[in-house]
Every structure is written in structure tokens, then in C-alpha cells.
Design a protein around this ligand. Structure first.
Ligand code: COI
Length: 355
């Protein structure tokens, strides 16, 4: 049956699909054939369309470049085990979070029709870009930025919303070594930490570079006021298994409400595990490592999926965590999510759109 497209579609005449190996693509460097673009003008989203992926032209005075009104999302689509269908994971959650970010950054909300409808339409068009090999996905990047060519400091009147996709492999190819950051601050109470706002990521780059010079892959951010409580890892939320309980910092102003985070907690509760979302003191984690009560530590994120943490650096001491093969919960929850995302197991949560 022929379905009617939601948006005008201009198909590419020069597909790049045969030029790349989508099953071996490095993270974030290869882009599929099409992009969705919509313009916010005079108080309304207009002219949503799908066109060939390519460069765009903007004014040097584009306000997003100067004052940072720029937000984004990240979600994934995977190849169904039947090889034919595509499984899109929890787009409703990203849609809701995008509009939470938009409100905080004084930007207009996007419509569900453009956000979710746009993703579905793009996936229908570029379905051959969804990788088939294990551990690879099609990463979907919706984003919005302010486009007024104006250097006064005020919310822009005009915006662009776009969605493009990118076949990706693992974000972290090995377990990560992280440093507890107790000098620099990612976010504070009343700030923008809960928004998926580009500036949060920009602010994390310098401390992350310093940590990389000391041999770490990532930072564990601590609260901006006391630096005594763990927050998140910048590219992912963070979780610990201590004495058999799943413990993770409670979200608030300064922590991103991760979709993978929520999925992991939901599955853990479903399995009957004790889950604690609460302030997590650095001292508690270090003590649990020293007394061998910390069984697992991992990051949870769309790009990172479940990223095992191998080493935690704190006050100049590197603590090596238990071997990966002994980590019962994180290995099992990774598999569970994988199976749900690929249609291998039924999806009791209603998370997956099968296209
Ligand atoms: C994601 O996990 O989707 C993110 O946006 C993190 C980014 C650093 C790739």
C-alpha cells in the first residue's frame, strides 16, 4: 500500500550509500542521504521538508553562534532481527525532552508531527542506512538553533529545526577510565544542566581535555556547590551496583534525564532489584570500592549505551573496579535492551516503533 508522505521530499540523485561501509563507520562521521529541515518564522513552524543532506549557508551574525541558543537530541534506530524492519527506540521520550530543553533556552517547542513524524519519514527513506551488524545502529540527531542575523542579546525570532542520521558503531570501544572532577563544574542548581543544550557540552570540553592528559577517557562530574556528590559523566548518566542495589544520582536541575538511564531503571525495577535514585556521595563510592562492596559501575546513554567503567580516579589514586565478566547486572541489562531494541524479545514497555 502506498502511504502519503507527511512532508515534501526531494530525493537525492547521488546516494552515498555505496561509498561507505555502514557496518564499520566510526562514530559520528558518516551521514545518511537525507535531512529534514523546518523553519520557525512569525511564530510558526513552516515548510518542513526532506532534502538531500548537504552543507547549509548561514549569516555570520546568526545568533546561535554568538549566544548559544542551540539544543539537540540523540536517539537510535536498529535493524530488526528479521532483517527487514527497523526498530526506533523511544522517540516520544526524546520529543518531550527536546521541548523541555527548548523552554529552558527560550526557544519554541517543536511539534510531534515534525519531530516524530520527521524521524519516521527519514527512516522510511534512508532505511538501507540502518546497519545490520551487531553493536551498530543508525544514530538520529534532531537539533534546533536560533537563526536571527542579529547581534543584540535577546531570544531569536527565527529558528531552524533539523534531523539527520548517521550509521554508528560503539561510542566507547573499550571500558572507560574516569576521573572524579572536584574542581571544575558542569552544572549548578538553577542552571542549564538538565537541558540538552550545546553549551553544557562546550563547558565540559576543557576539563575533559585536562583529564585526558592524565590518561582518563571521561570525567565524573560532581555537584557545583560542594563537589562531594556524583552527578553524571557528561556523555552519559552514571550508575553503581553496591551491595546488590542499583544506585544512581537523582536527576534535578543539573543532571540530564537520560532515556537510557530511565530504561535501565525501569528494567531493574521490573526484575525486582532495589533501585535508589538519591544523592550519591563520592565518599560512599570510594568506600564501597575499598571494602569490595562495589560490584559494578557503568555509564548509560544513547551513544554510549551501557559503558562499563574500569577505573575511577579520585584524589590522585586510581581504583580498579571488578572485572567486566563478573558484572552480572550491567551485562544482563545491556543484553535485555539490545534484545528489545532489535525485536529479539517482546517489548513489554511499548518503547519500540517497528517500521
Ligand atoms: C547521546 O548519547 O546521544 C549524546 O548526545 C551524547 C553525545 C556526547 C554523543
Amino acid at each position: 500500500m502506498q502511504t502519503v508522505a507527511l512532508f515534501p521530499i526531494q530525493k537525492t540523485k547521488h546516494s552515498k550509500l555505496h561509498e561507505v561501509d555502514i557496518n564499520n563507520a566510526p562514530f559520528g562521521k558518516v551521514f545518511s542521504d537525507h535531512i529534514l529541515i523546518a523553519d520557525y518564522v512569525e511564530g510558526k513552524w513552516r515548510d518542513a521538508r526532506i532534502v538531500p543532506y548537504g552543507d547549509i549557508t548561514i549569516s555570520p551574525a546568526t545568533s546561535a553562534l554568538h549566544y548559544g541558543q542551540s539544543i539537540f537530541e540523540g536517539l537510535k534506530a536498529d535493524r530488526h532481527i528479521n532483517g527487514k524492519n527497523i526498530c526506533l527506540f523511544r522517540p516520544e521520550a526524546n520529543f518531550l525532552r527536546m521541548n523541555i530543553s527548548a523552554e529552558r533556552m527560550c526557544m519554541p517547542s517543536i511539534t510531534e508531527e515534525i519531530f516524530i513524524g520527521g524521524i519516521r519519514e527519514l527512516l522510511n527513506l534512508d532505511r538501507d542506512w540502518v546497519p545490520t551488524s551487531q553493536g551498530c545502529s543508525l544514530y538520529i540527531r534532531p537539533f534546533m538553533f536560533a537563526t536571527d542575523p542579529y547581534i543584540g542579546m535577546k531570544p531569536s525570532q527565527t529558528y531552524k529545526f533539523m534531523i539527520f542520521t548517521s550509521p554508528v558503531g560503539a561510542y566507547y570501544s573499550a571500558p572507560v577510565k574516569v576521573k572524579v572532577e572536584q574542581h571544575y563544574t558542569r552544572a549548578v542548581k538553577g542552571g542549564t544542566g538538565y537541558a540538552k543544550f550545546s553549551g553544557n557540552y562546550a563547558a565540559s570540553m576543557y576539563p575533559t581535555k585536562l583529564a585526558a592528559q592524565q590518561g582518563y577517557d571521561q570525567i565524573i562530574w560532581t555537584d557545583g556547590q560542594t563537589h562531594q556528590f556524583i552527578e553524571e559523566a557528561g556523555t552519559m548518566n552514571i550508575m553503581f551496583v553496591i551491595d546488590g542495589k542499583l544506585i544512581t544520582p537523582a536527576t534535578g536541575d543539573s543532571i540530564l534525564k537520560g532515556v537510557t538511564r530511565d530504561s535501565v531503571l525501569t528494567i531493574a525495577r521490573q526484575w525486582g532489584m532495589t533501585v535508589e535514585e538519591r544523592p550519591v556521595p563520592v565518599a560512599e563510592v570510594i568506600d564501597a570500592i575499598k571494602t569490595k562492596r562495589l560490584q559494578e559501575a557503568f555509564g548509560a546513554g544513547t551513544a554510549a549505551t551501557i559503558a562499563h567503567i574500569s577505573v575511577i580516579g579520585h584524589e590522585g589514586v586510581d581504583y580498579t573496579l571488578p572485572p567486566i565478566h563478573e558484572r552480572e547486572f550491567s551485562n544482563k541489562v545491556y543484553r535485555e535492551l539490545y534484545d528489545i531494541k532489535h525485536g529479539i524479545k517482546p517489548d513489554p514497555y511499548g518503547w519500540v516503533h517497528v517500521l
